[in-house]
Every structure is written in structure tokens, then in C-alpha cells.
Ligand binder design. Structure first.
Ligand code: FAD
Length: 474
């Protein structure tokens, strides 16, 4: 018998449910496959950095699979529709008896998988696994069997289900009989823009696991005090690995439990605080399955589509370039543009600024983030943007608007983060760093730094009025 493992967003050999199941029969011939779909990626705005991260992890995966006697086949199609036809032919030519894959939960991906199962149904048995979440979508519901719309009760129900569930990590498959005979063909780079990812994120699942281990050993205790300070390296920086499945959430949970056995009892501790973030990740993924419209550019709260967004291309560009004249916003956007990663507090600040100060459609921000992020993930990104824009489930009410100056003062008091990313402000003293032009005026100096693109107090009033009017029109 031939077992085919189709890798998608699960680029690892350890704790991979589909791979593990495919390898259970020691007699089976196991082959692996990855299909690149550049046209689809373009439609989904995948960042060239993330494409490179995938490509490099694919090379690492090819290596570790080969060491275990599993050859990785690689093919490039335009989009998901093409991949269905191609996969059908591939299964025929390789005489595949069973197809193993881990589920993806986005709408287009689910449509594709349904089409594949149908296309190969005559000759291939399909085994699909819930692998990228601690608990599968649909398994954490209210008394009425509905998905929660608010996070806190979701978390409560989630944690009580989690303690009953089996979340053990699975080992990497054993070396198979034909190890050493696998021919490794060079993987051609994707026909997609690929960008340098720098040195911040090492390649390989071992590197990711090492980072997880040292974070849980050395840093997680201080997570609550440090997680909101962008100048401090206080969060795990594991999101790029989780987004493409180099690391599984079970590995995160189990490592956390090993290092902090009382994580679930000590609910005011850093370990619980970090687990809480993993549960947010689950929440957003469960949401996109319960409400597929979230994958289709629609807001959760329908009336928010009546907001008359401003068409302000120059201000949008200033936001993208980190030239809004608000130091914390600009430092954050420059961090994103040059590294592909942005601190969570800053994601919230820049999202609020785009939507609530510039009154620009949140979809512009969502799209731009995807085009830059190394950890781009539809569910988390959409969830974050709809939260910031007050258009989603569990959204901050629309009248809660961040003040970008006071946010900077609170979370980057001495301006250490700002100075690292906005060199034009190097001479500005600490106490003036959040309002540099006020200082420059007093000093009779001219800064080579833009004036604020908008006045926050006025923008706040305009936004409140625009949301109020939209609500009244509904
Ligand atoms: P840690 O604080 O160490 O958290 C551990 C893990 O939990 C993260 O790696 C991530 O997988 C998950 N996580 C943490 N916070 C959240 C959250 N609020 N929502 C969902 N999952 C979370 N995260 C992405 O992975 N991809 C995105 O595309 C993305 N876009 C975002 C857009 C906006 C506007 C906002 C406000 C948040 C977004 N986030 C996104 C969530 C969060 O900002 C990042 O996951 C986090 O900053 C990653 O850093 P870390 O790995 O050090 O996180």
C-alpha cells in the first residue's frame, strides 16, 4: 500500500498527526507532497518574507523526511483549483491508496479539500486530522451548541475541555526500511517574490523548539510584566513558526506544562498569561469556521459596513511608511517593514490609528499586514483587525479609541523602542520623545521628521460621529 502525506501548513515531522498516522503501518510505502500555489498566495496577499520562510522550511522538511526514508515530492500549480486536478492525477500515477492531511480552517482551503476528497474518492481513502489547534473547531460551544461570540466565556469552556482532552505530542516517525535510498531533488524556488528574512528567526523545527524551551524556562514567569513593552524582548516570538506549522500548539502547551506544572491553577501567573494568548489563537480559528464570512472580507457586526471610510491614499501611504508624525506608530510600522514582525501592543496601536484616527477602512490595514508579516495568519490577523476596528466579535466598543501619544508614554516611556526605529528623533530628550515637535519648537530646531498627519482630538470626534451615523443608518 502507498500512503501519501500532503503537507500544507504543518511543515514539521514532530507531533504531526497526519504524518504519524501515515507511518503507523511499517509495511506501507510512505511518500510526501507539497504543492505551491503562487496565484492563490497572491490573492491572499502572502508576504514575500513568509513565502521565503516556507521555502526554507520546506528544504529542511525534505531533509528530515529523507533521513526517515520518506521522499518529498514538490509541485507548483497556479491556484487551488489547479491543485485539485493535479493531485488526482498524481494519486493515480503513484498508485496512492490513502491520503493523509491536516485540516486547514480557512474557507478557500476547506473548499479545496472537499473538492480533493471528491475527486479521488473512487480509489483513495482520505484521512483528515485536526492538528493545528489544541481543540477542534466546533468542540467548544455554549449550552445551545453555538460558538461563543465573546472571548472570556470561550476561554472558561475551552480550559475545562482541555483538561479532559488528549493533547499529548506525538514523536517524529521512525526511520523506515528504505532510508538512505531516497533521492533528494532540488526544490525549485517558488514562482513568487521571495524576500530576505534576516537572522531573527532561525530555520528548522529544532530551532523553534529550542526557542520555545528557553522562553518557557527563562522568560514566561515575567510575561505579564513584560508582554506590553515593545522595547523588551518579553514575548516568545514564536508566531512565525506557529503560523506555518513548524511548531504545534500541543508542543507549546506541553513544554509550558513541563516547565510550569501549576500553569492551570496559578491563574495570575505569567505562564497562565501566555497560555491565554494561545487560547486567543484558538478562539479566532474557531470563529472563522463558525462564521466563514470572516474569511470573505466581511465584518462580524454588519452595521459597521455603513461607516463612511475616508479615501485618503496619502495618509494611508504615510501609515505604511511609518511617517505619520506619531513616533510610536512610526516606529512600529518601520519594525514591521524591516523585519516582518511587530509586537502585539503595537499591532493594536497602529490598527487603532489607521481605523480610528485616519478613519481608513480596516481591510486596507489587514491587507497591508498580510503583505508584510512573517507570521501572517488569516484568522489571527482578521481577528486582530476586527477587534481594533470594533467590527468583530468581542470587539472593543467603537467609542474606545487609543490615544497614540499616551499609548507611547505608557508602553515606551523612555522612548527606547522609538529611538531604535526612528533615528530622526535621536536627539530628542526622553521626556519629549512622544511629542517631538513641541520640543523642537521650544528649541528653535527643525526636525527631519513629519508633522502629525492628523490631529488626534479632532480625528477622535470625527470617528465617533462616523460610527454613530453608521449605526443610526442600520
Ligand atoms: P506571544 O505573546 O509569545 O504569544 C504566543 C502565541 O500566541 C503567538 O505566537 C501567537 O501564535 C498566539 N497569539 C498571541 N496573541 C494572539 C492574538 N491576539 N491573537 C491570536 N493569536 C495570538 N498573530 C499572528 O500569528 N498572525 C497574524 O497575522 C496576526 N495579526 C495581528 C493583527 C493585529 C491587528 C493584531 C492586534 C494582532 C495580530 N496577531 C497576529 C496577534 C499577535 O499580535 C501576534 O500573534 C503576536 O504579537 C506574536 O508574537 P509572539 O509570538 O511573541 O506572541
Amino acid at each position: 500500500t502507498t500512503h501519501l502525506v500532503w503537507f500544507r501548513n504543518d511543515l514539521r515531522i514532530t507531533d504531526n498527526r497526519a504524518l504519524h498516522a501515515a507511518c503507523e503501518d511499517p509495511q506501507a510505502r510512505v511518500i510526501a507532497l507539497f504543492i505551491a500555489t503562487p496565484e492563490q498566495w497572491k490573492q491572499h496577499e502572502m508576504a514575500p518574507r513568509q513565502a521565503m520562510f516556507i521555502y526554507q522550511h520546506l528544504q529542511a522538511l525534505q531533509h528530515s523526511l529523507a533521513e526517515r526514508g520518506i521522499g518529498l515530492h514538490y509541485h507548483q500549480c497556479d491556484d487551488f483549483a489547479d491543485s485539485v486536478d493535479w493531485l488526482k492525477d498524481f494519486c493515480k500515477s503513484e498508485k496512492v491508496d490513502a491520503l493523509f492531511y491536516n485540516k486547514q480552517y480557512e474557507f478557500n482551503e476547506r473548499q479545496r479539500d472537499a473538492a480533493v476528497e471528491k475527486a479521488v474518492s473512487e480509489s483513495v481513502i482520505c484521512h483528515a486530522f485536526d492538528d493545528s489547534l489544541l481543540l477542534p473547531p466546533g468542540s467548544v460551544t455554549t449550552g445551545n451548541n453555538e460558538m461563543y461570540k465573546v472571548y472570556t466565556p470561550f476561554r472558561r469552556a475551552f480550559l475545562s475541555r482541555l483538561t479532559e482532552s488528549d493533547s499529548r505530542s506525538l514523536p517524529a516517525p521512525q526511520v523506515r526500511g528504505n532510508a538512505g535510498k531516497v533521492v533528494m531533488h532540488r526544490l525549485m524556488p517558488f514562482d513568487y517574490p521571495l524576500a530576505d528574512i534576516g537572522d531573527d528567526f532561525a530555520i528548522g523545527e529544532e530551532a523553534a523548539r529550542h526557542q520555545l524551551r528557553s522562553f518557557c524556562r527563562e522568560q514566561v514567569q515575567d510575561y505579564l510584566e513584560q508582554r506590553d513593552l515593545p522595547a523588551v524582548d518579553g514575548t516568545s516570538s514564536l508566531s512565525p513558526y506557529l503560523a506555518i506549522g513548524v511548531l504545534s500548539p500541543r508542543q507549546c502547551l506541553n513544554r509550558l506544562r513541563t516547565e510550569c506544572p501549576d500553569v492551570l491553577e496559578k491563574t495570575d501567573g505569567g505562564a497562565f498569561g501566555w497560555l491565554n494568548e494561545l487560547v486567543w489563537r484558538e478562539f479566532y480559528r474557531h470563529l472563522i469556521v463558525a462564521w466563514p464570512k470572516l474569511c470573505k472580507h466581511q465584518p462580524f457586526v454588519e452595521w459597521t459596513d455603513n461607516v463612511r471610510w475616508r479615501h485618503a491614499p496619502e495618509e494611508l501611504q504615510a501609515w505604511k511608511d511609518g511617517k505619520t508624525g506619531y513616533p510610536i506608530v512610526d516606529a512600529a510600522m518601520r519594525q514591521l517593514n524591516s523585519t516582518g514582525w511587530m509586537h502585539n501592543r503595537l499591532r493594536m496601536i497602529v490598527a487603532s490609528f489607521l481605523v480610528k484616527d485616519l478613519l481608513i477602512n480596516w481591510r486596507e490595514g489587514e491587507r497591508y499586514f498580510m503583505s508584510q508579516l512573517l507570521d501572517g495568519d488569516l484568522a489571527a490577523n482578521n481577528g486582530g483587525w476586527q477587534w481594533g476596528a470594533s467590527t468583530g466579535t468581542d470587539a472593543a466598543p467603537y467609542f474606545r479609541i487609543f490615544n497614540p501619544t499616551t499609548q507611547g508614554e505608557r508602553f515606551d516611556k523612555a522612548g527606547r523602542f522609538i529611538k531604535a526605529w526612528v533615528p530622526e528623533l535621536a536627539d530628542v530628550p526622553e521626556r519629549d520623545i512622544h511629542q517631538p515637535h513641541r520640543w523642537a519648537e521650544k528649541q528653535h530646531r527643525v526636525l527631519d521628521y513629519p508633522l502629525p498627519v492628523i490631529d488626534h482630538a479632532r480625528a477622535r470626534k470625527d470617528t465617533l460621529a462616523a460610527f454613530e451615523a453608521a449605526k443610526n443608518r442600520s
